[in-house]
Design a protein around this ligand. Sequence first.
Ligand code: BES
Ligand code: ZN
Ligand code: ZN
Length: 466
Amino acid sequence: MNLNLTTKKIETDCEIVLIKNKKIKENKEILKSLNFKGEDESCVLLPELGKLYVGCEESDDDSIRIAVATAVQKLNSTNYKSAYIKVKSNLSAYVDGFELGNYTFTKYKSKKDELVEKNIYIEVEKIDKDTQKEFEESVAICNSVNMVRDFVNTTPEDFYPAIMAKNAVSIAKENNLECKILDEDYLEETNMGSMLAVGRASRHRSKLIHLTYKPSGKTKTKKKIVLIGKGLTYDSGGLSLKPSDFMVSMKSDKSGGCAVLGIMNTIASLNLPIEVHGIIGAVENMIGGDAYKPDDVLTARNGKTIEVKNTDAEGRLVLADCLCYAQDEIEDIDYMIDYATLTGACVVGVGQYTSGVMGNNKALTCKIVKSALDSGELATTLPFNRHLRKTLKSEIADMSNIASTRYGGAITAGMFLDNFVKDENKDKWAHIDIAGPAFVDSAWGYNPAGASGAGVRLTIEFMKNL
Ligand code: BES
Ligand code: ZN
Ligand code: ZN
């Protein structure tokens, strides 16, 4: 699908018309006879008239994205070669609808549907610098979101830590980023015993990935942001093995790390005055004679000891060391945000479509939630409290890797991570649990079944507004 901007009407196979707020203004009789009411995710194609009517229940960005995605899917069921749509405002929402709604994952299908390549013409009032910029940025962001979806949907057999590192290297090359790939020798030398333990039973060696974007030329660096991603390329649960039904889809446990790759893939094209570090702990959590065990006590890079009570609470062990690494290696951090499919509890608490945002700084977590909502992602804050914090106590180590209560599991996981945030960075850090929206079994809105690319759009929005 090719998107083109134009300032005049183009003759195409079909014109897409959004029916907003259920107000049908043309061809009323025909649409009524077809029982079209303009509801979300509904559409009617009138081939003789060359019109595709799509329901758009409200006029906000998300309604537009859903409506346009509905149109795209209808178009893809035809052999049309071109379509036209007139846009008065909210251009980026239309672009999102086209680009994100057009995504399919066919890597493992032996017969791929032969889609006719479509030219889409978007008519806008004028194509000035701002319009062009809004258009190009939206396309770039969507391309990164779709790249993340591809990564996450790829099987653990085809996407393991070394492959994640390989993808990081090519993203770095394409975008002129610095790139460091650190291996298990490095983890050992620097006492990252917490991260190291998780990957021990895997035949795939763990990798610590560090990408850096520094503004070039005239752009002066005004802020320094660190993004940290949980990159569990597979989470079997380890010796605290997951039940079969819960293990399915755990290829998605690398979503946080993949989101960081997606953000790093977009940042250079946005020309923002921000230095951005992307750090990913790429690890596979498996079973075997060499596996780390419940009862083990691990020592993280900052010297703190952790009693392992459940090897399925592995993401926080990987992130703990990645947080330490980031704060040792990078000075004067302004913001440090981590992304992780960290807990099932977060999904139970807020539903599968919403991320949970946590941290010590309420203004920051609220700002992140706002960025999410503005960008088309769903998020909400989850508050820490002193009582839940106490449930992480261990009798024999500095802390346990799981809480003594099963209530508030998303929050206790967040508070576990807080132990690895240095005092001077307490207010600069936020943790985003994307366990719900990162991977959903069935399609929702303009998102397909499987990976959604959660975290990318919300972060770009956050960075644009700094
Ligand atoms: N990767 C899982 C969390 C998860 C669950 C992500 C469902 C996506 C969908 C994480 O490593 C995990 O297993 N967490 C445990 C923690 C528990 C042992 C305290 C969980 O949520 O059950
Ligand atoms: Zn787990
Ligand atoms: Zn996990």
